[in-house]
Design a protein around this ligand. Structure first.
Ligand code: ORO
Length: 308
């Protein structure tokens, strides 16, 4: 079996889209919702009002993955909340929010708390692409402050989407903050913020916003994703589940994230490149990898990474 559970919800498959990819419109969301092999979906990170996002070319594929600076284009919290409430009986769903200020986040969380939504909320503390707005997840005091104010009133299952960390001291510091709260999950990693890629034909940056700086995803992100999944799984309270995101191209990549501690695995760049058929391909390839190792249940090797 390939099931997982978070906050009392059972997921019939461990794969889903990464927030932002293939989840901005009802048409896209419907396709993820019904895609064979997808156990859930997460909606595009919402702001209180609709946003157009950054202007110009804002996504590019590159040899080892992708670079994006979308700037949180989305159809508003109300749009995704309505969608999620309409479909929450079909699968357990994640509603992602990414306020540009603490006040926006708290306002949206109040609206969700007061709504009929009964799924999971993913608070995105890690968007690298809004000009002038730092990634909250790199500010440990502000992260604690937001969670303190949130859990004072928010009673539905909540997790956070984290930026990648690159220092063992930072794994320790973020885990110490997160372990003080009744979080249902963490999702790690968001894109590797503020990379830069050059088009050799024209000597220009590959994307337009922010002078070409954007978040890196895809194959290039895999080792960082594995390290963050593993580093956080080793440090977080057992009750905080881990969604692993970053660098999934094939079934072995899914397997590796589970081996490092992921309960669910989400797919961004490869979903963008292949569309929702990717889930069934990855599910079949994961089953193949498991068979090679003599496993028939993801629970048999979750967090079972060996070290030398
Ligand atoms: N892009 C990312 O890579 N991560 C986010 O959280 C948000 C965006 C975006 O909308 O630019």
């Amino acid at each position: 079996t390939m099931t997982a559970s978070i906050a009392g919800f059972t997921f019939e498959d461990i794969l889903l889209n990464a927030a932002g990819v293939y989840c901005q419109t009802t048409e896209e969301l419907d396709q993820i919702l019904t895609a064979p092999g997808a156990g859930s979906l997460v909606t595009k990170s919402a702001t209180p009002a609709e946003r157009a996002g950054n202007p110009g070319v804002r996504y590019a594929d590159m040899p080892l993955g992708s670079i994006n600076s979308m700037g949180l284009p989305n159809l508003s919290l109300d749009y995704y909340l309505d969608y999620a409430i309409a479909h929450q009986d079909e699968k357990p769903l994640f509603l992602s929010i990414a306020g540009l200020t603490k006040a926006d986040n708290l306002q949206m969380l109040h609206e969700i708390q007061d709504s009929d939504f009964n799924g999971l909320v993913e608070l995105n503390l890690s968007c690298p692409n809004v000009p002038g707005k730092p990634q909250t997840g790199y500010d440990f005091d502000t992260t604690r402050q937001i969670l303190e104010e949130t859990f004072a009133f928010f009673k539905k299952p909540l997790g956070v989407k984290l930026p990648p960390y690159f220092d063992i001291a930072h794994f320790d510091m973020i885990a110490a903050v997160l372990n003080d709260f009744p979080l249902a999950f963490v999702n790690t990693i968001n894109s590797i913020g503020n990379g830069l890629m050059v088009d050799p034909e024209t000597d220009t940056a590959m994307i337009a916003p922010k002078g070409g700086f954007g978040g890196l995803g895809g194959a290039i992100a895999k080792p960082t994703a594995l390290a963050n999944v593993r580093g956080l799984r080793q440090r977080l309270n057992a009750g905080i589940k881990v969604i692993g995101t970053g660098g999934v191209q094939n079934g072995r990549d899914v397997y590796d994230l589970v081996l490092c501690g992921a309960d669910l695995v989400s797919v961004g760049t490869t979903l963008h490149q292949e569309g929702p058929e990717v889930f069934n391909r990855l599910k079949a390839e994961l089953a193949e990898q498991m068979k090679l190792k003599g496993y028939d249940d993801v629970n048999q090797f979750r967090s079972a990474l060996q070290t030398l």
